[in-house]
Ligand binder design. Sequence first.
Ligand SMILES: [Ca+2]
Length: 248
Amino acid sequence: MLLLVLLLQAVLLLLALPNHAEVTMAEGSEVLLPPSKETCAGWMAGIPGHPGHNGTPGRDGRDGAAGEKGEKGDAGLLGPKGETGDVGVTGAEGPRGFPGIPGRKGEPGEGAYVYRSAFSVGLETRVTVPSVPIRFTKIFYNQQNHYDSSTGKFYCNIPGVYYFSYHITVYMKDVKVSLFKKDKAVLFTYDQYQEKNVDQASGSVLLHLEVGDQVWLQVYGDGDNNGLYADNVNDSTFTGFLLYHDTN
Ligand SMILES: [Ca+2]
């Protein structure tokens, strides 16, 4: 501001200097004009006066027009990272995938036929001889031929646990029978016959057998206890089968 004032004063001074004489004349209108050279031959010019004092500073000018809008500034620095948001809602189940690759073919299984052993036979004649194997010659089942109808014995081909049972019709005489294994009686059954009646005698057992073991039924005792009977409406049967084979 001060600089502006000084500059204004300098401009006013410059403007005032050339017109000093006129200004002096204007201000001095009431002063007596010097007489013209024609009217005053003996006139001599006076000494120029001193420059006037500086005028008082003018008033402040009006505000200038607003400048043009500046250029856009650079982007500021990135702010700190915000807090982790809440977990979103579980999405919908996706589509079913493609079928997988088929697995490898399995190892061949154990042959079931090898471990089959079963027989079921019946009495065809009522004549039984004591102290020898009873021969059951009516064959209900003997697929593996492990029972020999010519001897009345079962021959073990597969080591394991076997089930044996017999159901005998008793008629006319008492019955005493034993189940033999390897020349030794292991099971005994005794039935006393009742006059004018038909009785039943039965027995069953589980036995572990090794290959080559023989099993059969036989009348035991010294008496005449061979009342085993069979006809068209009465059977006496002997049955055996492998329950499960040895695994070692
Ligand atoms: Ca009886």
